[in-house]
Ligand binder design. Sequence first.
Ligand code: CP
Ligand code: NVA
Length: 311
Amino acid sequence: MLNLNKLASNNFLSSIDITKKELIDILELSKNIKNKKLELDFKNKVLGLIFDKASTRTRVSFQVAMSRLGGTTIDLNPITSQIGRGEPIKDTARVLSRYCDVLAIRTFNQSDLEEYAKWSTIPIINALTDLEHPCQALADFMTIKEEFNDFEDVVLTFIGDGNNVANSLILSGALLGLEVRIACPKGYEPNSLVINKAYKIYKNKNLLKITDDLNAAVSGANVLYTDVWSSMGEEIEKNDKDKKFNGFTIDKNLVNKANKNAIIMHCLPAYRDKEISDEVMESKQSRIFTQSENRLHVQQALLAVLLGNKT
Ligand code: CP
Ligand code: NVA
């Protein structure tokens, strides 16, 4: 059985909590898991899920991932646990560390996630915050690798809101050194700290471009990726953002301006005919449901490397 290399970091709070090598190793491990080339045994290991926001893919894929590893999951609903009552994170984190082996947390503020990591003695995984969605980026780059075999010469264009998903694509993209273009309306650029971190990682600074010029961003792209214009927690801005993002829909007309071999990606859930047309979602170029499936494989790999060496 494969000897798993433990991660240098105990946590996966950000896409750049891992090195380029660790990222490539996780993608390789994910491929072997998907192809059923290895079996991992984490019997009796317990994953705790704390989700302050809704989730279908992340919640279910983590539960199934843990089950396939031989372990179990406890879904800690903040409403029915004392978390919703406002018990301090430092208390919850210390208690859960004595019951569980790893926690996956979906919440609003990255600082709350960091507070969990500070007080926990077990690995903490970012299952989405307002700032980042690093598990999603793992699945996305697995999907891109399946399509193009390598990242060299791949141009990934994200069209839409410079949000958590875009931020993690930028950071993982910087680690892998592929060209990432973000096309968004002015004022909706990705987080400036994230952009600065990415520029520090990129050897060639020209490989990251933030623009409101949609046509320039799409020209020659191999991957067209989008996400909702208004993320969870931004419901109040929805009408305003719908107007500001008008023209940023991935539709057939836009797809025709990209590279002939371009694939279409969306982390889901989608609003059809807002950020992406129904026709494009259902088109042959769409890899959206493979991308969703890959959440399961990368998260098994991630759990395995965080839970430690097993032979
Ligand atoms: N892509 C993603 O994280 O989906 P969920 O919100 O359903 O988990
Ligand atoms: N940006 C979206 C991603 C959902 C998976 C959100 O945060 O709601």
